[in-house]
Structure formats: structure tokens, C-alpha cells
Design a protein around this ligand. Structure first.
Ligand code: AMP
Ligand code: MG
Length: 476
């Protein structure tokens, strides 16, 4: 790793310094032939980085981690996690690196993190690498989520490395540069709690409070307030996923952030036909992470966080359990409030309409959507133009009698989401060397509410021959 004296990029190392127990100093593997496939210029500007410099050979070396500022301290982060319910005490960044923290022009700390940057001491049997397709997929879906106002990690770039990656076939390697409020996860707390060092646990919790939930520091019980803040952030996040029909696919505790951002776009997908049982991930044969299960799984994951925090919440374990349990019991109400408010917006219902009336209307609609096998996204968008299929007429008559605001509905019901068939089409072209369809789709999903002539096919559900059994694979 050489030093880049010509860059003005400053990378902090607050995580590495404050939590050395969770950090292993490491460096990225060389990239034989780095080639920038996509750069998020607006995000770069938002971070105070110069897009033109990032496109230069030195900039690209930063984006693959082979040249970092002199004072940077890249680390692989340690964390544990429950994967599909099974405890794994040592996961960690097997193929990722936290290069450091950027301070954006609003003084916010943002992690600059790489995925696919080579094996680390956490790699276990893995090769430490990532392929072009899955990294472009994360880029596309995370940017779509951002455009839909859903808290998420962002994608700064994907660079093809020129290194072959062996999967079922030989693929081109790539490194994704990811930006996050932080990479602290429930699994970070589990890792420290399992090691049993209370001082480190307190330091981790203080770090999390300071970075993400500063108001908790003023609370009578700051660590209980931290738990409450994460519960609130996650309830809000999951409600937003549900409202757009997003299925994460791997809601393991190591993929559940403390910040409340969506993280790790593996086998995720947007649901086409409305069905709570929808699962895309090829490895989720039990439907643990099905669309309709996501709120319950969030509670399960937050319960693991609560367990890890118990020794900080109260000295007396029974008392700690009682406090944490009461906090966890708030989730359903927080989630339902966020979801119901979102549904009211989707249906254009004003504040004057009674909750019970709105609720009943929503419940009936969900049942109809399932029975009619309606395309979730286009149903709401068409409704916003006052268009419904005959099967929905009786329901729609009652909805119309509530005087919905159709114009407002156009601002919350997307026309364009990264539909699976479009994503697959863009990635197939990209891996064959043609980035044009990828950039076009990126542009479309970047303004999801803004219906544009000539883009009709991006609004349409999958063609019949795409099949209804679309699967996503974890082999990323
Ligand atoms: P994920 O499913 O991407 O959240 O990853 C789960 C765990 O597997 C994390 O500890 C990753 O670092 C690790 N992992 C996934 N793929 C690889 C790989 N190709 N090489 C090394 N570790 C990996
Ligand atoms: Mg992960």
C-alpha cells in the first residue's frame, strides 16, 4: 500500500481507535487492472469528494483500497451474528474493509467501506472477493432505496478489478465502495457481549450513542435509551420496506444496523405480485425472511440486541430483563404507527379521516390484492390516476367517497422500482461488457415518482416468460 500525497481526502479512524477490540488493521488486495464501472457523482459531491479526481488513476486506487491517505487506518471489523437463527460467534468482514470515516460538509461522519477487497482474518473458507454482477446489484438497489427515501447505505462506486473470481463459473472481480452512517450492527454488540468484557461493551454502546442516537446520552438510563432508539429506527425502517414491497432476504443479526439504515443487498428483491409469503432467496427454503415475516424478524433481531445490552441496562439482571422486555413490547405499536401513516399517504387519505375507517379500508385492500394477485407497485400508481380493475370497483367506490388526494399520491407511490427482470437484464448486459442498460435503469430508478414518456417498459410488471419463481442467490 503506497501513500497518496496528492489527495485531499481525509479519512478518520475513530472506530479503529475507540474500539480496537473490534478492529484488525488490514489492507486491500491489489487490483491487477482496475476499471471504474460506475461512480456516484452526486454522492461524491455530497461527501465533499471531487468526482474528477475519483475518476483519475489515483482516485480509482482509493476506491479499491490500494492507495489510501497517509493517516488512514483501514480495518476489518469483527462481529458475530445469528444467521437464519443459528449462532455464529465469529463472522466479521471476511471480504470487506472499513477504510475510515469521512467528515461530510455538514460535519456528519460517514464510513467509507469496501466490499470485495480481498481475504481478511475473518474470511474463514471464503476467497475474500466479490463479482461484478452482485456489486452492481447492490449499487442499483441501494440507490433505488435512497431515491425512495428509505434509510440505506449508499454506493459510491464499483470498480472491476481484473481479477477472476471463481463461482459456478469464472467471473470478473469487483470492489464496491459503500458509504454508511456506520457499520455497527446488532452482531457487533453480540460479538462483544459474548466475549464478556463489560468495559468494551460500554465503550461500544457509548460510541453508538454518540454517532447515531446522541439524545440517549441525556436519558436517565442511556443504554436503555439506546435500545429504544434502535427499536424506533428499525420499526420505522421495516415499515418503509413493507410499504414499497421490499424483501431484504437475509435479515440476519449481522445485517441489522444500529443506525437504522438498510445494509447488505444480497438476495433482496422488490415484490411484484402482492403476497406476504414472497421469498426470493434460494437458501431461504423455510421462508424465515419472507416479506410478511420481516416485522417479526426485526423484533427477533432486536431481542438479540437487548440481550447483549442487558448488563449495561441494570446491575440486577431481572430488572434489566424487565426493562428491555418493556422496550421490545413497544415495537408493534411503533411499527404499526409508521406503517399505517405510510399507507394513509399511499391512499391519499387526509388527516381528517378516522383511523378505524382507514384501517378497515386498508385491511380489505390487502385481502383483495392477495386474492387478485395484483402487481403491488402498479396497483397504487394506477390508483393515483384513479384507475382500478373491475374486481376492485366496490372497494374503490368507498375509497373515493373519502375524497383522496390523487396528486399527493403521485409523490409517494413510485412508478419505477428496480424490478427483478429489469435488474437481471441490466446486470446481464453489464457483465457482458455493456454498461448502457445499467446506467439507463439507474437513471430511471433515481427519480422513482417522476413518470417519463419513453420509459413505459420500466413501469411494467415482468413479462410472463420471466416466470413467477424468480430467485436470488447468496453466492455473492
Ligand atoms: P453476508 O451474507 O454478505 O452478510 O456475509 C456473511 C458473512 O460471510 C460475513 O462475515 C462476510 O464477510 C462473509 N463472506 C461472504 N462472502 C465472503 C467471501 N467471498 N469471502 C470471505 N468472506 C465472505
Ligand atoms: Mg453482512
Amino acid at each position: 500500500m503506497s501513500i497518496a500525497p496528492d489527495t485531499t481526502v481525509v479519512l478518520g479512524h475513530r472506530f479503529a481507535t475507540e474500539l480496537p477490540e473490534l478492529a484488525v488493521r488490514w489492507q486491500a488486495e491489489s487490483a491487477p487492472e482496475p476499471r471504474l464501472l460506475v461512480l456516484n457523482e452526486s454522492l461524491a459531491v455530497e461527501l465533499g469528494l471531487d468526482p474528477a479526481w475519483l475518476r483519475s488513476p489515483e482516485g480509482i486506487c482509493l476506491l479499491v483500497g490500494t492507495r489510501v491517505p497517509a493517516d488512514a487506518q483501514p480495518v476489518a471489523q469483527g462481529y458475530a451474528g445469528h444467521q437464519f437463527g443459528g449462532w455464529v460467534p465469529r463472522l466479521g468482514d471476511g471480504r470487506a474493509l472499513l477504510l475510515g470515516e469521512l467528515v461530510d460538509p455538514t460535519q456528519r461522519l460517514r464510513d467509507l467501506h469496501l466490499k470485495g477487497s480481498g481475504r481478511t482474518p475473518f474470511a474463514r473458507g471464503g476467497d475474500g472477493l466479490a463479482a461484478v454482477g452482485p456489486m452492481l446489484r447492490e449499487y442499483l438497489v441501494s440507490e433505488a432505496m435512497h431515491a425512495l427515501s428509505i434509510p440505506t447505505t449508499r454506493s459510491l462506486s464499483v470498480v472491476a478489478t481484473g481479477r477472476p473470481v471463481q463461482r459456478e463459473t469464472t467471473l470478473d472481480g469487483a470492489v464496491l465502495a459503500r458509504i454508511a452512517a456506520s457499520h455497527l450492527r446488532v452482531g457487533s454488540f453480540q460479538y462483544v457481549a459474548a466475549a464478556g468484557d463489560l468495559e468494551v461493551l460500554r465503550r461500544l454502546a457509548d460510541h453508538a450513542i454518540s454517532r447515531h442516537h446522541p439524545a440517549a446520552a441525556q436519558a436517565e438510563n442511556p443504554y436503555l435509551a439506546l435500545l429504544d432508539s434502535v427499536i424506533t429506527a428499525q420499526a420505522d425502517l421495516i415499515a418503509r420496506w413493507m410499504l414499497v414491497g421490499f424483501v431484504h432476504g437475509v435479515m440476519n443479526t449481522d445485517n441489522t444496523t444500529i443506525s437504522g439504515e438498510t445494509i447488505d443487498y444480497g438476495p433482496c428483491a422488490f415484490m411484484d405480485t402482492f403476497d406476504p409469503k414472497t421469498v426470493f432467496s434460494s437458501i431461504d427454503s423455510w421462508g424465515r425472511y419472507a416479506y410478511g415475516n420481516q416485522p417479526a424478524i426485526a423484533v427477533w433481531n432486536l431481542t438479540r440486541l437487548a440481550e447483549a445490552l442487558l448488563p449495561l441496562i441494570a446491575d440486577d439482571e431481572e430488572q434489566a430483563v424487565a426493562l428491555a422486555t418493556a422496550s421490545l413490547q413497544d415495537f408493534p405499536q411503533l411499527y404499526t404507527a409508521a406503517w399505517s401513516a405510510g399507507m394513509r399517504h399511499k391512499l391519499g387519505l387526509g388527516d381528517g379521516i378516522d383511523d378505524t375507517v382507514a384501517q378497515q379500508l386498508v385491511d380489505e385492500l390487502l385481502e383483495l390484492l392477495v386474492n387478485e394477485r395484483a402487481d403491488y407497485t402498479s396497483f397504487f400508481r394506477r390508483l393515483a390516476r384513479g384507475v382500478v380493475e373491475p374486481a376492485f370497483e366496490a372497494w374503490a367506490a368507498r375509497w373515493r367517497s373519502l375524497d383522496p388526494d390523487l396528486a399527493a399520491m403521485q409523490h409517494v407511490n413510485p412508478v419505477y422500482i428496480p424490478r427483478n427482470h429489469l435488474v437481471e437484464e441490466a446486470l446481464a448486459a453489464a457483465t457482458a461488457g455493456d454498461m448502457e442498460p445499467f446506467h439507463r435503469l439507474l437513471e430511471v430508478i433515481g427519480s422513482p415518482y417522476d413518470e417519463r414518456p419513453g420509459f413505459e417498459r420500466y413501469a411494467d410488471p415482468a413479462p410472463e416468460d420471466f416466470g413467477s419463481c424468480f430467485q436470488t442467490f447468496c453466492g455473492t
